[in-house]
Ligand binder design. Structure first.
Ligand SMILES: Nc1ncnc2c1ncn2[C@@H]1O[C@H](COP(=O)(O)OP(=O)(O)OP(=O)(O)O)[C@@H](O)[C@H]1O
Length: 246
């Protein structure tokens, strides 16, 4: 079953499109890495795919319905670059931030045992139980990203979309973070990840989409590194491709 289906999607902030004619299907259970040079439209496309923006032309459907009809947290977890959606800058505790993942289920009502179970299980699966009483705005970037993931798990979302989640996170925590994503993916969570580090994404993702306004490639990582798509999308700037850890 297709979780995301984008057809001929074009979008621009002004007259010039920054995403043009992109068609892309993300199947259930996929781990898609979305790569491309700086300013190539990755964040914009991710926002289009999860319904945070509407295309100027073309269409995006999520779980077979128009993407813009999905509110954040309702089957779709979205982790923005600075994880503000996880209460990243708010003076709330980790437990409160993770509880927010249940709000789509209980907009006004009291929390049920099911809600509490989902929250506790998310804290355990992401390994942040020792942080529950800490304020989110005083955590490290890597810890905040884990809170963001826990919030998504608590919401029992089927799709997790992340925008460069490990910017500013040290290499060790970054590896642990990607291992966690791979594990959650193995348990059935569909993942779409914007990541500028091609090495990271070809190691962890099961498929790659390479964007530079238009989609240059969508397929498996091994094929991606063998084709010209990479050089074409990056304008032949090969040294950026192999070891970009900036
Ligand atoms: N809110 C906005 N208003 C106007 N232009 C924007 C806005 N957001 C992004 N852009 C422009 O759209 C283009 C695509 O930006 P986007 O952030 O989607 O690219 P990206 O591939 O995620 O970039 P990066 O890797 O540098 O984060 C860029 O030229 C950017 O300057």
């Amino acid at each position: 079953m297709a979780v995301v289906e984008a057809r001929d999607v074009t979008f621009g902030y002004g007259d010039t499109p920054v995403v043009e004619d992109v068609s892309l299907t993300v199947e259930s259970g996929a781990f898609l890495g979305l790569v491309g040079p700086n300013g190539s439209g990755k964040t914009t496309l991710l926002e289009l795919l999860v319904g945070l923006r509407r295309p100027d032309s073309g269409s995006v459907s999520l779980f077979g319905e128009p993407a813009h009809s999905f509110a954040d947290g309702e089957r779709v977890g979205y982790v923005a670059q600075d994880a503000t959606h996880a209460g990243g800058r708010m003076p709330v505790t980790v437990r409160e931030a993770v509880r927010m993942g249940r709000y789509p289920h209980r907009p006004f009502g009291r929390f049920s045992d099911d809600d509490r179970r989902a929250i506790e299980s998310a804290l355990d699966r992401v390994g942040i139980r020792d942080l529950v009483g800490r304020r989110v705005d005083r955590l490290s970037g890597g810890q905040r990203q884990r809170v963001a993931i826990a919030r998504t798990l608590a919401s029992e979302a089927d799709l997790l979309a992340l925008d460069e989640p490990t910017v500013g996170v040290d290499a060790e925590s970054r590896e642990a973070f990607y291992d966690l994503l791979a594990e959650l993916n193995a348990f059935g969570l569909t993942v779409v990840l914007v990541e500028h580090d091609i090495g990271v994404v070809t190691t962890h993702a099961s498929e790659i989409a390479c964007l530079n306004r238009e989609l240059f490639f969508h397929g498996d990582p091994d094929t991606f590194v063998e084709t010209d798509a990479l050089a074409d999308a990056y304008g032949g700037d090969q040294h950026v491709l192999a070891h970009d850890h900036s």
